[in-house]
Design a protein around this ligand. Sequence first.
Ligand code: 5AD
Ligand code: SF4
Length: 439
Amino acid sequence: MTSPKKLFIKTYGCQMNVYDSERMAEALGGQGYVETKTADDADMILLNTCHIREKAAEKVYSELGRLKPLKALNPDLKIGVAGCVAQAEGAEIMRRQPAVDLVVGPQSYHRLGEMEAKVRKGESALDTDFPEEDKFEHLKSRGKAKRAPAAFLTVQEGCDKFCAFCVVPYTRGAEVSRPATQLLDEARALVDRGVREVTLLGQNVNAYHGAGPNGDMTLANLIRELDKIDGLQRIRYTTSHPNDMGDDLIAAHGDVEKLMPYLHLPVQSGSDRILKRMNRSHTAESYLKLLERIRAVRPDILMSGDFIVGFPEETDEDFEATMELVREVRYGYAYSFKYSTRPGTPAAERPLVPAEVADERLQRLQKLITQHQREIQESMVGRELSILVEKQGREPGQVIGKSEYLHAVHIENARAQIGDVVKVKIVEAKTNSLMAHEL
Ligand code: 5AD
Ligand code: SF4
């Protein structure tokens, strides 16, 4: 028997990519690949790239330059690029780095098996099309094997919002939702395989509208249907746009118990002048009003967000408005980025804020967010929370799980098993986790 071929996938960027990498591994599993943790012993290396961060394409090219010598050590090694950089750069990747055998965009992962067979014959394979049908076929996770208790379920892809700084509408294409009937079947199958929590994924997840048994369903309708599945204990969703927070979704936060009190709702800036230039079509005030309505039905909801500092023409006053909004919201988590130019986007044409000014603003913003994060973590001490146990800890008898608010929680001397949802009391807040006793 020949030993299985080894696959190494390096994943950059968002949860969508983490999920896609799992699907790619499944697709290549059909070609006899098993995953390996290092590039050195791989027969196939896939870089699942993200285009959102600064100089993303350049970073991919330098990573490819580092990987190329491995081909001299293993003549069977094939190198592929997937994800949003693959989508954006296409054939240019093979022109600039001939060591690359395969380039595959996010819409084409279901064709990876065929593409692999092609590269094994010594040909190159390129697929960055946006096919109309069978777009989501590849997302159906297959098999019967037991799954980790928390799983992602892609319900929607693409984005029609065209924020002035963002490449997603160009790299991931227009918004498309998967049929609700299919998603509900898939959620049931996940629960049969041990899943207790699903996070519904989409670039603009709350714009979801997919065909259900009785017509089109919104995200709130879908959540209410998922709520009925026995054995499924927790529901989350990410990432949302403020303009798509419908009344029915807000109401669901108030009365669907399985819907966890955590909401990732990026605002990007607290300045209306900048929000307008970002083409965000909401204001700081409308965002805060929205939050007020959500907190009215779910007062303990933990907010998470994304911020861009140093957007073209951002003044000190604009930035102070962002700081003010953060003070008002108090985020439990937030991701803040220095603006970086994405060629082809409207903002790319506009005058930049000096780098040192943007750096200084980013530091101030991150300091404030970290302070809130710490205060919120510390406020959990003494509280009774419920934890979904996800894995064994490093210490004997220790297990690690997530609270309703998505904090990592370590339980010592646990009776609870992986997959259990247990009540605990938080006894200590560490920098990146909480310590708890089982009740
Ligand atoms: N520069 C900086 N940050 C960006 N993001 C998206 N595009 C850019 C860019 N050009 C950030 C936004 C988005 C998150 C996923 O990445 O905050 O919400
Ligand atoms: Fe990008 Fe804006 Fe769409 Fe989010 S909503 S993916 S930031 S264009």
